[in-house]
Structures are given as structure tokens and as C-alpha cells.
Write a protein that binds this ligand. Structure first.
Ligand code: ATP
Length: 587
């Protein structure tokens, strides 16, 4: 992904800040107050020193002390307000960006996820928004305060003594040199370091997601080595960034000291005439303030660069559009009697791959049960992917009740489909919520009834907290068969017009399969069902069996017809019988 120009990144950020303009205004007011009172401090010091040196009365000294005290209290209050408001803004904006990005990612097509590392995306979601939070939560207001303090101090320097201020200007401008020299280099190193950190985070995330596979193949050391290489690379690049940042700060600090010492030396020689000792004290105070502001600007500059690079990346992600376009005026499906499906002259290839379906034609009547059989890789699951519009065909149309599914809202299409995948996902949540995924407004009783129908009720009751047991990585684990029954319960609860079963019973033992098959038979009534099955027992009762080989339909018919007409089907059946208990998996 390319980095966009800084202006775009800033506009992107402004879009998220706009709703909080009132907080921005309050923050600016607080920081102006903080900078203003800081500038007042110089006069308060000057006042104190001159009254002390002038040996005026104790009351007058006390008055000067009181003024100083009042200025300090105002400064503390304004600093608190600035810090609190800007932190609030930083947290708020970064969490808004996170939510927007997460919502956007949830709707991107599988094609996008094939090209991206999930770990890299997670790193972007969290670390890039963190960089924006750092900028808005502190650096930006510090930077603005520093600019005000710098300009204010410079003006006051001229008010105090014109000659001394002119010398200060020359010396101060020297302190800007490092920003000009190292700034560009710093921006590059910051971007490179962030990309390397993202790569390492992505790899660790991917490895931990597949940790069992790595352990099973004894690849932990190899994986660790690769991770070390990536982290070393990230470290190396971060060190370059830190070096550039340190050079910048050190050069600024050094030049600031040189400038202040030079000014002090020159100022001491000017005392007398127009310049009192108190004025010199306040002059040096403002000179330090101006120089300190430049130094803090050099640090803010680093945060700014990193946040701009992060914004560019986040904007790039948000600009990615799903390649599944829907019609601007989507067609509504009738409320009832949905379920007539047609694949019309479909050619399909996964991105950058050869065709996997060729001239694929299949019409399915409403309420019909179709079984897809064929060798592994024939294209059976791909048929499901097209019907659910995870991908669009290269040629041809998928029709639902005679409407091209591209004319429907994606949500409308998927609402009428219940899908039981080969390897169902269990979320880190209770059994109730895991089943309720398909129908968020279902009551506990409805969830329990669905679990009963899916023959999942008994095993769920035996879990430590029954339906309230926490599942997933931090909770109780489930067997593959139990996961499948949870997925079937989801489909039962959803009560969809179209049911897609992708080897929904392949992980069950014969007894559970028998039970679940009964549930599925019940579930299939009055709805269009397409089953991808490797077991004869699931296939045999279908209205029609469709044999697919190498992306083409090679035979269609009932079990008896196909036994006579299709050698591929006959072989499928024979292999099942050869294998004990008909449990042979054809795929
Ligand atoms: P199985 O019975 O093993 O599940 P299948 O008949 O369901 O196989 P599909 O999953 O539809 O086969 O795959 C058909 C072809 O498409 C295979 O060659 C596979 O490698 C390829 N394929 C599947 N998914 C993708 C993908 N996301 N990206 C690229 N190619 C894919």
C-alpha cells in the first residue's frame, strides 16, 4: 500500500476530529491560557527581582510574591485543562478510527483477506491508531503551545530590549537548523521502522493462530528464528529512527545552550542604562522559553511524522472498496416462497487463478434437496461461495427467484441463507451467544430448542455452566462433532429459506451422525437445500444428486440412475462400501 501525501492524511484526520470541534476549541483556549500565563511568569520574575534589588518595603515584596503565586495557580489550572482535554480528544478520535476501520474490514470481501496478513491488519488497527492517539492526546497541543510560547517570547524579547532581541533572533535561528537538516531523514526512518514492526507483529500473530500446527510439525524453533529475524530487522530500523530523533534533539539542545549562554554573556555587558538586572532575568527566561519551545517542537515533529504516516496507512485501508458491488437500487425479495436458485452459464476463477468452474449450469427448484458430489477440488464449495456472493462469477449469473443476486443487497441475500461450513467457527463467548449468532434477537428458550433439534442439548447441559459456559480459546474447547452441532443449531435457529450444508456431518461418529441427520432431515423440509457431502448416507435421500468433476457438472440424477450412468458416482459409492461403516471420505 502506498503512502499518500501528508495533506491527505491531515484531511483524513480532520474528518474524525470535526465532531469534537467544541473540545478542540476548549483545548486551544486552555493552551493559550497556559502559554499566556507562562509568558506572564517572566514579568512576575522581573518584578520580584527589581523590587528586591530596589530594597522597597516588605509589603511591596509580598505583593510581588502574591502576583507570582497567582500566575502559577492560573498556569497549573490551564495546564491541567489542556492536558485533560487533549488526552480525551486523543482517546476519543483513535477509538472512533478503530471502530470505523473495524467495521470497514468486516465488510471487505474474501479476496481482500487472501492478499492481506490478518496480523498485519491487527497491528495497523491498534498501533497506527495508537500513534494518532499520541499525537492528538499530547503532542499536538504541546506543539501548538510551543508555537505560541515561541512567538510570544520572541515578541517580549523585543519589548524588553531591541538590541539584545536582535542578537537572540540570530542565535535562535541556528537552533532551527537541525529540524531542517534531520527532518526529512527522520520521516523516512519513521515510516520504514513502522512497516518493519508491522511485519513482525503480523508474523507473530499468524504463528500463534496456527500454534498447534507448528507444534505438531515441530516447527517452533524455525518459527522462532524467523520471528527473531523480523524483530531484529524491526529493532535495527527502530534504532535508526531513534538515532535520527536523538540527533535532532541533541543538536537542538546543544544549540539552545550555546545561544542562551551567548545571550547571557552579552546581556551582562549591557546592564545599566536601559537594561536592569530584573529585565535581564526576564529576558533570559523568555530566551530559554523560546529555545525550549523549539526543542519540544523537534520532538513533536517526530510524533507528527509518525502519526501522518499512520494516517496515510489507515486512510489507504479505509479507501479499499469491496469488489462486490451492489446495484444502487437493490431489488427486494418477496417475504415468502424464496428458494428457487439458478446458476446460469457460470465461469469462475479465484483471483489470479485458473478457472475452477466452467460453463456451470444448474437450476434448483424451491424446496428441492440437491447433493453435490465429486472429487476433492472439483469445485463443490466454490458453488456455495458464489451463491453467498463471497465472490462474483467471471461470466454468467447466479439467480435467486429469477433475480440476479448482484441486484440484491448483500445482507438481504445472506439473510435467507443458512450455512453450515466444513469447519465451523466457535467464538469466545457463551454457548447461548454462539448459537444466537444467526439470530441475535432469539430468546434463551429459542436457542435451547434449536440446540435440542441439533442434538446438541445433552452435551451442552454437561458443560460446566451449561448454556452459560464460555467457549473458545479462553473457555471450554469442543470436539469437531460438537462444533458441527453448534453450527447446525445456528442454522436451525435462523430458519432460513435456503440451507447450505458443507459436509455438515463429516466430523460426527455414526451414532451422532444418525441423530444429527434426523435433525437435518427435519430442517430440510420446505426449504431449498444444497448439500456438499462425502458420505453416501447424506447424499442418498437428496431429490437430485449432481456429480461435479474438474469444475463441470458431469452427471445429474437419482442414486439409482447415477449408479447406472455415472462411473465417477459409482466409484464414489463403491469406495464407501469398501470402507468399513460407509465412513470413507471421497475428498
Ligand atoms: P473439497 O471436497 O476438498 O472441499 P471442493 O470440491 O469443495 O473440494 P473447492 O473448495 O470448491 O473444491 O475448490 C475448487 C478449486 O478451487 C480447488 O482447486 C482449490 O484449490 C481452488 N480454491 C478453493 N478456494 C480457493 C481460494 N480461496 N483461492 C484460490 N483457489 C481456491
Amino acid at each position: 500500500m502506498k503512502n499518500k501525501p501528508e495533506g491527505n492524511s491531515l484531511l483524513f484526520l480532520m474528518g474524525f476530529i470535526k465532531p469534537y470541534s467544541h473540545i478542540v476549541l476548549l483545548t486551544i483556549f486552555a493552551l493559550c491560557l497556559a502559554a499566556g500565563t507562562m509568558l506572564l511568569l517572566g514579568f512576575a520574575f522581573s518584578n520580584l527581582v527589581d523590587r528586591n534589588l530596589g530594597m522597597t518595603s516588605d509589603t511591596s515584596l509580598q505583593q510581588a510574591m502574591l502576583i507570582l503565586f497567582a500566575v502559577v495557580i492560573l498556569l497549573s489550572f490551564a495546564s491541567f485543562a489542556r492536558s485533560y482535554l487533549s488526552s480525551w480528544l486523543g482517546e476519543r478520535v483513535s477509538s472512533d478510527i478503530k471502530s470505523k476501520l473495524f467495521g470497514h474490514l468486516l465488510n471487505l470481501s474474501p479476496e481482500f483477506y487472501q492478499q492481506q496478513s490478518i496480523g498485519g491488519l491487527q497491528s495497523q488497527l491498534h498501533s497506527d491508531t495508537q500513534l494518532i492517539q499520541v499525537l492528538l492526546g499530547g503532542s499536538a497541543s504541546t506543539g501548538l503551545r510551543s508555537v505560541i510560547q515561541f512567538l510570544g517570547s520572541m515578541c517580549l524579547l523585543f519589548v524588553i530590549n531591541l538590541k539584545l532581541a536582535s542578537v537572540a533572533c540570530v542565535l535562535m535561528s541556528l537552533t532551527l537548523l537541525p529540524l531542517l537538516i534531520f527532518g526529512r531523514r527522520f520521516r523516512q526512518t519513521a515510516r520504514i521502522a513502522q512497516e518493519a514492526e508491522g511485519k513482525a507483529a503480523g508474523y507473530s500473530n499468524e504463528s500463534l493462530t496456527a500454534v498447534l500446527t507448528l507444534q505438531a510439525y515441530g516447527r517452533q524453533s524455525a518459527s522462532l528464528e524467523k520471528f527473531k529475524v523480523l524483530t531484529q530487522d524491526a529493532l535495527h530500523k527502530s534504532m535508526k529512527r531513534i538515532f535520527a530523533q536523538s540527533c535532532l534533539s541533541t543538536a537542538v539542545i546543544f544549540l539552545v545552550f550555546v545561544a542562551v549562554c551567548g545571550l547571557f554573556w552579552y546581556g551582562l555587558q549591557q546592564i545599566g542604562g536601559d537594561l536592569t538586572t530584573g529585565m535581564l532575568v526576564s529576558f533570559i527566561f523568555y530566551a530559554i522559553l523560546a529555545a525550549g519551545s523549539i526543542n519540544s517542537l523537534s520532538q513533536v515533529y517526530g510524533d507528527w511524522q509518525r502519526a501522518m504516516a499512520a494516517s496515510a496507512r489507515l486512510k489507504g485501508l479505509l479507501d479499499i472498496e469491496s469488489n462486490l458491488h451492489t446495484s444502487p437500487t437493490p431489488i427486494r425479495l418477496p417475504q415468502q416462497k424464496i428458494g428457487q436458485i439458478a446458476f446460469h452459464k457460470i465461469d469462475f476463477a479465484y483471483p489470479d487463478q485458473d478457472l475452477v468452474l466452467f460453463d456451470f449450469n444448474l437450476s434448483i427448484k424451491r424446496g428441492e434437496t440437491i447433493a453435490l458430489v465429486g472429487p476433492s477440488g472439483a469445485g463443490k464449495s466454490t458453488v456455495f461461495n458464489l451463491l453467498m456472493r463471497f465472490y462474483d462469477p467471471c461470466k454468467g449469473q447466479v439467480l435467486l427467484d429469477n433475480v440476479d443476486i448482484k441486484e440484491l443487497e448483500l445482507s438481504t441475500l445472506r439473510e435467507v441463507i443458512g450455512w453450515v461450513p466444513q469447519d465451523p467457527t466457535i467464538f469466545r463467548d457463551t454457548v447461548y451467544e454462539n448459537i444466537r449468532l444467526s439470530k441475535p434477537d432469539a430468546t434463551d428458550q429459542m436457542v435451547e430448542a434449536a440446540a435440542r433439534s441439533a442434538y446438541a442439548y445433552d452435551f451442552i447441559q454437561k458443560l460446566p455452566q451449561g448454556f452459560n459456559t464460555f467457549l473458545g480459546t479462553e473457555g471450554v474447547g469442543l470436539s469437531s462433532g460438537q462444533k458441527q452441532r453448534i453450527a447446525i443449531a445456528r442454522a436451525i435457529l435462523k430458519d432460513p429459506a435456503i440451507l447450505l450444508l458443507d459436509e455438515a456431518t463429516n466430523a460426527l461418529d455414526s451414532e451422532s451422525e444418525f441423530q444429527v441427520q434426523k435433525a437435518i432431515d427435519h430442517l430440510m423440509k420446505d426449504r431449498t437445500t444444497i448439500i456438499v457431502a462425502h458420505r453416501l448416507s447424506t447424499v442418498i435421500n437428496a431429490n437430485r444428486i449432481v456429480v461435479i468433476d474438474l469444475g463441470k457438472i458431469v452427471a445429474v440424477g437419482s442414486h439409482t440412475t447415477l449408479m447406472r450412468q455415472s462411473s465417477i458416482y459409482k466409484r464414489f459409492v463403491e469406495l464407501q462400501f469398501d470402507h468399513e461403516g460407509m465412513s470413507y471420505s471421497y475428498g
